[in-house]
Design a protein around this ligand. Structure first.
Ligand SMILES: Cc1cc2nc3c(=O)[nH]c(=O)nc-3n(C[C@H](O)[C@H](O)[C@H](O)COP(=O)(O)O)c2cc1C
Length: 163
């Protein structure tokens, strides 16, 4: 039996919901899964695999999660680590911003060499006004919730094989 931690930072619960879904989908007789917010985690070395999730804020991975990864980088080096983010613009915005978001993960990629990277759509609380839509290249018809649960399930399927 392997122990796996799914840990997340979430401001408005979307990443939390994705983390819980991933935890539920990878859980099996051979994978014991704990799902916890980053503040609740203790010794990462107790786990064989760690999956880390957080939203995109200001076109980069939330500072809270980058700080967490920096703090635990030496432990994570010896553990199979995967990550995911949830972002509204990654699904709705222009290529310029989508590339900027992906690029913001470069440092983390070097630090932890992830076995999988999930780039999921996210959810915002209300529709964007005309000015931010223009700046970010968001189509007027975009719904407020762009989480694609099939992508989340496909990510979980890959993890089941690789963990
Ligand atoms: C303060 C704040 C800033 C945000 N900035 C961005 C951003 O720069 N790019 C983006 O794609 N989404 C941005 N979002 C949207 C979130 O990344 C997205 O909706 C995510 O799914 C929210 O996850 P959470 O509910 O776990 O906090 C922002 C949301 C908030 C609340």
């Amino acid at each position: 039996m392997k122990n796996v931690l799914v840990t997340y930072y979430s401001k408005t619960n979307t990443t939390k919901m994705i983390a819980e879904k991933i935890g539920e989908l990878i859980s099996s007789e051979s994978l014991k899964v704990s799902i916890q917010p980053i503040e609740a985690t203790t010794r990462l070395s107790d786990y064989d695999g760690v999956i880390i999730g957080a939203p995109i804020h200001g076109m980069r991975w939330a500072t809270e999660i980058v700080d967490y990864i920096n703090l635990h980088a030496s432990e994570l080096k010896d553990i199979k680590t995967a990550y995911f983010f949830s972002s509204y613009i990654i699904k709705t915005g222009s290529g310029f911003w989508r590339r900027a978001i992906t690029k913001s993960l470069d440092t983390v990629n070097e630090l932890i060499s992830p076995i999988q990277k999930g780039k999921f759509g996210g959810r915002v609380e209300k529709v964007f006004g005309g000015f931010p839509r223009l700046i970010f290249g968001i189509k007027k018809s975009s719904p407020i919730d762009v989480v694609d649960w099939e992508e989340v399930a496909a990510f979980a399927d890959l993890l089941k094989v690789e963990l």
